[in-house]
Design a protein around this ligand. Sequence first.
Ligand code: G4P
Ligand code: NA
Ligand code: NA
Length: 190
Amino acid sequence: MRELKEKILEEGVVLSDDILKVDSFLNQQIDVELISKMGKEFAEHFKDRKIDKVFTVESSGIAPALATASELGVKCVFGRKKQSLTTSEDVYHSSVFSFTKQVMNELIVNKEFINEGENVLMIDDFLANGQAAKGMIAIIRQAGANPVGCGIVIEKSFSNGRKLIEDMDVEVYSLARIAKLEDGNIEFAE
Ligand code: G4P
Ligand code: NA
Ligand code: NA
């Protein structure tokens, strides 16, 4: 997505050889117009897959997931990392290890929000090692639903996430693929 790549080049900050900061439009301040274009792009790509629901993880996945769900005319569900006051006992959960943060996170969703037979499209802001997506796939499969694809805003192609998800027979579609972060420079794939 050309506009997204331009935005990354203009406003992205390379924090190290593997971390890109995009707080000005995605991770803290949200560029609503750009996010809604992302939603259109994901919806266009997955429009023939009979998507019943969009699924993401709090918090930074919610904005692009909402934009996509809005375009597709379906509901948007987000997994929580912690039990909330209102979490019922009837939940799906999956443990997700974050390589970036070196911690285990839980992914929790009330069972009533993902149902057997539904075609579920996953959306997330970043794909690094694919652990969040793997956790979402585990939950979708526990529910007897179908993970039909994984839409990613920024893929770090130098990490292993894409292969992990494709090996689980799930398509990965990314709006921007970063091949390399080096000396403050951003190099896109292909
Ligand atoms: P993985 O799911 O692909 O294995 O990724 P990982 O655990 O390594 O990522 C942990 C968190 O860090 C995720 O957000 C992810 O979106 C984010 N992240 C990973 N690489 C980058 C990066 O280069 N830049 C930025 N800005 N974020 C990155 P999170 O902590 O789960 O939370 P939230 O931001 O959604 O609240
Ligand atoms: Na994040
Ligand atoms: Na995320």
